[in-house]
Design a protein around this ligand. Sequence first.
Ligand SMILES: Nc1nc2c(ncn2[C@@H]2O[C@H](COP(=O)(O)OP(=O)(O)OP(=O)(O)O)[C@@H](O)[C@H]2O)c(=O)[nH]1
Ligand SMILES: [Mg+2]
Length: 428
Amino acid sequence: MFLPALWNSVLKRLILIKTGVDAARAVLVGVDTGREDFADSMAELSLLADSAGSIPTASLIARKGRIDPALYIGTGKANELQKLMEEQGAELAIFNNPLSPSQQRNLERQIGFHVMDRTGLILDIFSQRAQSHIGKTQVELAQVRYRMSRLVRAWSHLERQRGGIGVRGGPGETQMELDRRMLATKAKRLENELEKLQRQQRTQRRARNRKEIFSVSLVGYTNAGKSTLFNALTKAGAYAADQLFATLDTTSRKVHLEEVGLIVVSDTVGFIRELPHQLVEAFRATLDETIHADLILHVIDACSLVAREQKAEVEAVLREIGAEDIPRIEVMNKIDQMPQTFTRGAVLERDSDGIPSKVFLSAKSGLGMDLLRSALAECSQMTDRMKVGQNRAKTQLAPDELVAPLPERPETAEFNPIPIRKYLPHDA
Ligand SMILES: Nc1nc2c(ncn2[C@@H]2O[C@H](COP(=O)(O)OP(=O)(O)OP(=O)(O)O)[C@@H](O)[C@H]2O)c(=O)[nH]1
Ligand SMILES: [Mg+2]
């Protein structure tokens, strides 16, 4: 399996961490450019670092200023980082922003420790978690694409230097061409492989559709509780953990609903803000399951202080993959963790047409699961309106079948942000 040199070393380190031999202590680095969600994204970086198996021990925040092209944070801050890492006994610096390959190299030289960025970290978690053949292929493709994008950036930097002294061609360019061709060939091979695996998935799906089994996809921000809910619905024993990206592969199981019969439920990969686009691309096959679902259950961690932002992020990805018109029920999960004063307990809400739109429940304690089951049973029998939405979404997926441009999605109340920030009662 393909692994770039640095990943290789970091991976080895993380494997050691997993076995508890040598947990890499990490310092997180962020540049505060005044973005409102800066603190949240740093907190998330800490969870990501933790999910990758390292121990985040401290963070270093640089204030907004001129970005140093060589070291990103400038020499003064880099020296501060080095000191902090020595104090903390840390071996790894994780940057919250994308670093160019030369910045990464320069920083490593300057501070004498390993450096990685957010994208590298997410790709690393994905490569640790991938289980199935399709999952592994998707991650490998994402890594190759990531390397290709960095190759271009690394070489354009050198080319600029070379341009300055008027030299053209030479061994460097040949090497770049060689690297590029090698990666392009590898990407092509992986794309073909993925295409084959996707065809198999499609055949399975068609067989399911022929039998007209109602299909439901669980989607949501990473750690929202999708796998826990999946297990509660199907008793399947999917891997659920307090980690980001615990699930990478889509798992589908049949569920028997009283008076309705069988439906199919699929657990999917979680979303995260600024998901590296190489991963969105590579995971399109996984998300395909979502696009073909009759109903989406959008699982939201109702206790999260950033539930609103997480919900918006998931909706953006759903739009991006062409799934915004699929009927949707929001599952406000983890109500067992909400303070008593802020919750009415398990509740099923309906939209103005009387269709189930939101369920407040706890996948962990089982509270409200009966409401979700009855909402699923109801929706699976409500074919007409639902099918319209489903067909529109399918049309959007296959551009060659598209006959007329689709209307913009209306800004209805259904899509407005949910008022749950800071444990607001849900009837507020
Ligand atoms: N208190 C509480 N915790 C929950 C509930 N549902 C899930 N959790 C916890 O939330 C954490 C994440 O759950 P998962 O089911 O793995 O979440 P996920 O959405 O599948 O996460 P990824 O696969 O990483 O995207 C785990 O520690 C669960 O035990 C709930 O209803 N209440
Ligand atoms: Mg999961």
